[in-house]
Design a protein around this ligand. Structure first.
Ligand SMILES: Cc1cc2nc3c(=O)[nH]c(=O)nc-3n(C[C@H](O)[C@H](O)[C@H](O)COP(=O)(O)OP(=O)(O)OC[C@H]3O[C@@H](n4cnc5c(N)ncnc54)[C@H](O)[C@@H]3O)c2cc1C
Length: 156
C-alpha cells in the first residue's frame, strides 16, 4: 500500500494545478490519470482568457497558437454580424501541451504522476481514504481530490 497526504484523481488542468499547489507546501501528493498520456484524448476547443496565465508558472508563449479579437457571425439567411475590434478577447491554446505543462510544474514541486491508473473505488475510513486503481494500486491518503472532470465519479 502506498501512502500519500493527498491523492488527486485526474491529470487535467485542475488536478495538475491543485497537486502543484499542495506539493509546494511540502505535502506528499500523487496524481492518478486513467489515460496513457496527459492531455489526450483532446476534449476542448482551447479558447481561454489571458487571465488563465496569471495562475500558471510557465510563459503563455509555450502554448498560445492564436489570438482572437472578434468574430463574424453568419446567420442562415446570409446576414453577417461582426463583433470585436483591436482588443484581444481570447487566446487559442494547444490544449494537450497546456495540460502537460501544468503537470510538469506539479512534478517540479514534487508531485508523483501515475498514468494508466484509473481510480476504480474509494473508501472512507476514520482517518484516511483508501483509493484503488485499475493497476491494482492501493493508496492510502489523508485527502482525496476529485479532479476527474465535469462528470466526476470521485465526487459521487
Ligand atoms: C467539446 C468541449 C469543448 C470545450 N471547449 C472549451 C474551451 O474552448 N475553453 C474552455 O475554457 N473550456 C472548454 N471546455 C471545458 C474544459 O475542457 C473543462 O472545463 C476543463 O477541461 C476542466 O478541467 P478539469 O481538470 O476539471 O477536467 P478535465 O480536463 O476533464 O480532466 C479530468 C481528467 O481526469 C481524468 N479522469 C477521469 N476519470 C478518471 C478516473 N476515474 N481515474 C483517473 N483519471 C480520471 C481524465 O482522463 C482527464 O484527464 C470544453 C469542453 C468540451 C467537452
Amino acid at each position: 500500500m502506498q501512502e500519500y497526504d493527498v491523492a488527486v484523481v485526474g491529470g487535467g488542468p485542475i488536478g495538475g494545478y491543485v497537486a502543484k499547489e499542495i506539493a509546494h507546501e511540502g505535502f506528499k501528493v500523487a496524481i492518478f490519470e486513467e489515460h496513457e498520456q496527459i492531455g489526450t484524448p483532446l476534449k476542448c476547443a482551447g479558447l481561454v482568457t489571458s487571465r488563465v496565465f496569471d495562475f500558471l508558472d510557465f510563459p503563455k508563449e509555450l502554448v498560445v497558437q492564436n489570438k482572437i479579437k472578434g468574430a463574424h457571425i453568419h446567420s442562415p439567411l446570409g446576414n453577417t454580424l461582426t463583433i470585436g475590434g483591436d482588443r484581444v478577447h481570447a487566446l487559442v491554446i494547444d490544449r494537450p501541451m497546456f495540460d502537460k505543462e501544468i503537470i510538469k510544474c506539479s512534478i517540479e514541486k514534487g508531485a508523483e504522476v501515475f498514468l494508466e491508473n484509473k481510480a476504480i473505488s474509494a473508501k472512507k475510513h476514520e482517518d484516511h481514504v483508501e483509493l484503488k486503481t485499475s493497476q491494482n494500486n492501493v493508496v492510502k491518503c489523508r485527502l482525496l481530490v476529485g479532479a476527474d472532470g465535469p462528470l466526476s465519479k470521485t465526487r459521487e
